[in-house]
Design a protein around this ligand. Structure first.
Ligand code: NDP
Length: 397
């Protein structure tokens, strides 16, 4: 018996729920709980399996979570709500003896600040409770770390240079939309850039460094250096890395909209007074932007996310590029969601599978690259995100 509780009912949770339901040999009982129960019920209807249970929960409230966990008694909670809820859900897990998995590191609501320290601080308590917490198990973070661990295990004695390259070459035919939660997405992209170089972080202006990179089956796309959370754990877990960077593609139209949004103050995350009411401009903007879950139907094109790695094996320098391309349309046909939700929800399900089958069960708080990558890589090929390798090619970086 493996009883799993999914928290959240957005794009990522919808994909993860479909994939969990497709693997009944591992996941025997499923519940989806979120702030809006009707959205959980809609996912169950789309999957067509009435045995999946649903519940309403405010995941900012530890007491509500504790009551839910005590009544449903899941073995594992998949936190697919927002990063704001990471700590309350981890607290509830500790109080009720439940294991934990998420796809994004904790962020305080009032400060767009990305670091693992808050969640790593739970390590001793999870160890003492004999519980496993798996952090950052989407695509990036997630598969990006697993690709790196796989490269380190099989192809390199030392990794020296790591570039994570994330291209979305899709077209959703909207003037401006984000591919996952707009509030979280815009907070991330408007941050200053940061990369690891010779033992220290180098800070850059937001999206200041950019260059065209060529993506398989897509071609060249302008790619922008950003800070991304997995860099923090990867340089710690692979200390031979001299330089680690993260690149993401953006179109001109997207960047123009983003610049305007910032210039007119709509990206602000502090409260402003509006007609006697306190509102956060970025949260208001989220309410009027297209819902990422509704982008799937007309989304064309594909994503391509991978790791470009340079290092040494047997005293010789070599390069390695491992990547996945994911079609938005195929993701939509299978789950009703677009490719960005798909590439996040599938790894979340595989991480849960790794834990429930005992392959990634270890008391403590872990980033994905600290586990054996092989069984996860095998499942990526079976569960809809096949990967490809290029040895000793030109990394362009
Ligand atoms: P959505 O905004 O589509 O969904 C978030 C869901 O969480 C909604 O159903 C929302 O409820 C629910 N929720 C929000 N607050 C609460 C709360 N207090 N209590 C209960 N439920 C709550 O986001 P996505 O599905 O796009 O993203 C989900 C997560 O995945 C995010 O943390 C995001 O950062 C992460 N992500 C990770 C990626 C990776 O590769 N690692 C890539 C993309 C996303 P309601 O429906 O009522 O609003």
């Amino acid at each position: 018996m493996a009883r799993v509780l999914i928290i959240g009912a957005g794009g990522v949770a919808t994909v993860a729920a479909h994939k969990v339901a497709q693997n009944p040999d591992v996941f025997t009982e499923i519940m989806i709980a979120s702030r809006t129960k009707a959205k959980c019920d809609a996912i169950v209807k789309a999957i067509g399996n009435p045995a999946i249970r649903t519940a309403q929960v405010d995941a900012d409230d530890v007491e509500q979570l504790v009551d839910l966990f005590n009544s449903y008694k899941p073995e594992l909670v998949m936190n697919l709500a927002l990063p704001y809820q990471d700590l309350t859900i981890m607290d509830a897990c500790l109080r009720t003896g439940v294991n934990y998995l998420d796809t994004a590191n904790y962020e305080p609501k009032d400060e767009a600040h990305f670091e693992y320290s808050w969640q790593w601080a739970y390590k001793k308590r999870f160890e003492e409770a004999g519980l496993t917490a798996i952090l950052g198990c989407g695509f990036d973070p997630g598969v990006s770390g697993i690709y790196t661990a796989y490269a380190a295990k099989h192809y390199f004695d030392e990794i020296h240079y790591l570039d994570i390259v994330d291209c979305n070459a899709g077209n959703h035919h909207k003037a401006f939309a984000t591919n996952f939660n707009p509030e979280i997405n815009i907070r991330e992209i408007t941050q200053k850039g940061r990369y690891w170089k010779d033992g220290a972080w180098v800070q850059t202006g937001a999206l200041e460094i950019h260059k065209p990179l060529t993506y398989p089956n897509i071609g060249p796309r302008e790619s922008y250096l950003m800070y991304h959370e997995e860099l923090e754990s990867l340089v710690k877990n692979f200390p031979t890395i001299r330089q680690a960077r993260f690149w993401m593609t953006f179109g001109e139209e997207y960047l123009t909209h983003l610049r305007v949004i910032q210039n007119i103050g709509m990206a602000r995350i502090d409260e402003v007074d509006y007609n006697g009411m306190k509102i956060v401009p970025l949260q208001f903007l989220k309410a009027v932007l297209p819902n990422p879950q509704d982008l799937g139907e007309n989304y064309e094109g594909e994503t391509s996310i991978g790791c470009r790695i340079r290092g040494v094996k047997d005293g010789k320098e070599r390069t390695y590029y491992v990547y996945n391309n994911c079609s938005h349309h195929e993701a939509y046909l299978e789950t009703g969601m677009q490719g960005v939700s798909y590439t996040t929800g599938v790894p979340a399900m595989i991480g849960a599978m790794m834990f429930l089958t005992g392959q990634w069960k270890r008391a403590g708080v872990w980033n994905v690259e600290e586990f054996d990558p092989d069984p996860f890589m095998e499942q990526l090929n079976k569960q809809g995100l096949p990967w490809h390798e290029v040895f000793d090619g030109d990394l362009e970086l």
